[in-house]
Design a protein around this ligand. Structure first.
Ligand SMILES: [Zn+2]
Length: 421
């Protein structure tokens, strides 16, 4: 069914103009509101919401399934974030977050202020269940469905501040307690003209993550330790990022120690997390890919130049550079590791000038990559950097590395095993 047909059906049931309803629907869908919710929201705005669905069933939160229609639950509000959406001329502030009891947790969206706060234990009567990203999510229409109940109705503890190592893209309305280790203002082209955003890095004892904010706040400064409430976790270049909104609050607290070494993770863990910021992995170099060794970059944009062509700028005079793109596998998964100029010079054992002169001597630029291939393929390597994950898999932009890390003992053991068999 086309969107227009939905709009027509809805408009006729409401006795309204199709174009007007269609514009409102499109507005809501633009904010990723699912179609059924968008339709319900439009009905509700006209006082025509029937509530819909069959009778509600009582469920433990862990027992809610995408096949449920309406459920009644009791749980603790673990997170709560507000988000402003606009449709037509109207503005709605959604509440989104996580509700939990002993049996599990479920995300919710409330379409109005229902009077509850983070930490409250609430009974929700007849929330509709929708499928979101393959999982059940509760949809709360308004305050008439919510009652605050005794704290001891559930034994699950309040969530409190979430360690940075545990944040995941899609988390909404979290509290984190961090130190701002980097912060800078950047001018970008926003939807309504040039705008300034603040970006940086925050950390706690568990790890670090990038930060972005769209407004200046006096409490947000480099070196400040702060409690951030109502933050959203988004994905930025494949890693989880702490994002502040107009509703977020930033309050000074006692100094938060920041983990400075990188957590060691497996590639499988980084893939499962959808990307990790500043971690270390240890694996075997399986292959040095094309586009490694002595390469040429576009002077305009830095992209790789092939056959004197830049993908964005056409024919250009390339600038020589060194780079390695290698496949590293640790048994749990594989990733592409990208080493920049200096790290590549270290792997090659000589700098760019030496690489150029070797290429001239051999009359073949490929000699550099061949030599790097021979030096590292089959070797273990520890690499530290940000791992991003997209539909093509995991990629690590390597900040530092260690060749054949501390595995002399492992190798000796492996050798002994081989000798023994
Ligand atoms: Zn270019």
């Amino acid at each position: 069914m086309e969107l227009r047909e939905h709009a027509e059906a809805l408009a006729s049931s409401l006795g309204e103009d199709t174009e007007e309803v269609l514009a409102e629907l499109e507005g809501l869908l633009q904010y990723h509101v699912p179609l059924e919710e968008a339709k319900q929201s439009i009905r509700r705005a006209r006082g025509a919401d029937g509530g819909g669905g069959g009778p509600a069933v009582e469920r433990p939160i862990g027992g809610i399934s995408v096949d449920d229609d309406r459920v009644s639950v009791v749980g603790r509000v673990q997170t709560l974030g507000r988000r402003r959406i606009r449709s037509g001329g109207d503005e709605t502030v959604l509440r989104e977050g996580l509700l939990a009891d002993e049996s599990g947790s479920v995300t919710y969206t409330a379409w109005a202020d229902c009077g509850f706060a983070v930490g409250d234990v609430i009974a929700v009567d007849g929330a509709s269940v929708r499928e979101w990203d393959g999982r059940a999510e509760l949809n709360i229409n308004g305050p008439e469905q919510v009652t605050e109940v005794d704290d001891d109705r559930v034994s699950v503890e309040p969530l409190g501040a979430v360690p940075i190592a545990e944040i995941r893209p899609g988390d909404r309305g979290l509290t984190v307690e961090v130190q701002v280790t980097d912060l800078e203002a950047r001018d970008i082209d926003g939807r309504s003209g040039p705008t300034t955003i603040w970006s940086g890095v925050v950390g706690d004892a568990s790890g670090r993550a990038p930060l972005t904010d769209w407004a200046h706040r006096d409490t947000l400064a480099e070196g400040a330790s702060v409690r951030m409430e109502e933050v959203y976790i988004r994905e930025f270049r494949g890693v989880p990022q702490v994002s502040l909104s107009e509703f977020s609050t930033v309050t000074p607290i006692d100094e938060v120690p920041v983990r400075t070494d990188a957590e060691t993770v497996t590639i499988g863990e980084a893939l499962a997390a959808g990307g990790r910021f500043d971690v270390e992995t240890v694996g075997n170099v399986l292959e040095v890919r094309d586009g490694s060794g002595l390469i040429e970059r576009c002077p305009e944009c830095g992209r790789l130049v092939q056959n004197e062509q830049c993908r964005a700028h056409g024919r250009v005079d390339g600038v020589d550079d060194l780079r390695v793109k290698a496949i590293i596998d640790d048994g749990t998964g594989a990733m592409t590791a990208i080493f920049g100029t200096e790290l590549t010079a270290t792997l090659y054992g000589a700098d760019l000038d030496a690489a150029l002169s070797a290429a001239r001597d051999a009359m073949d630029r490929g000699v550099v990559s061949t030599e790097i291939d021979q030096a590292i393929t089959g070797h273990r390597m520890a690499v530290r950097g940000d791992i991003s994950v997209d539909e093509y898999g995991a990629t690590c932009n390597v900040r530092s590395m260690q060749r054949d890390p501390d595995d002399a003992a492992d190798r000796a053991a492996a050798l002994l095993t081989e000798v023994g068999t």
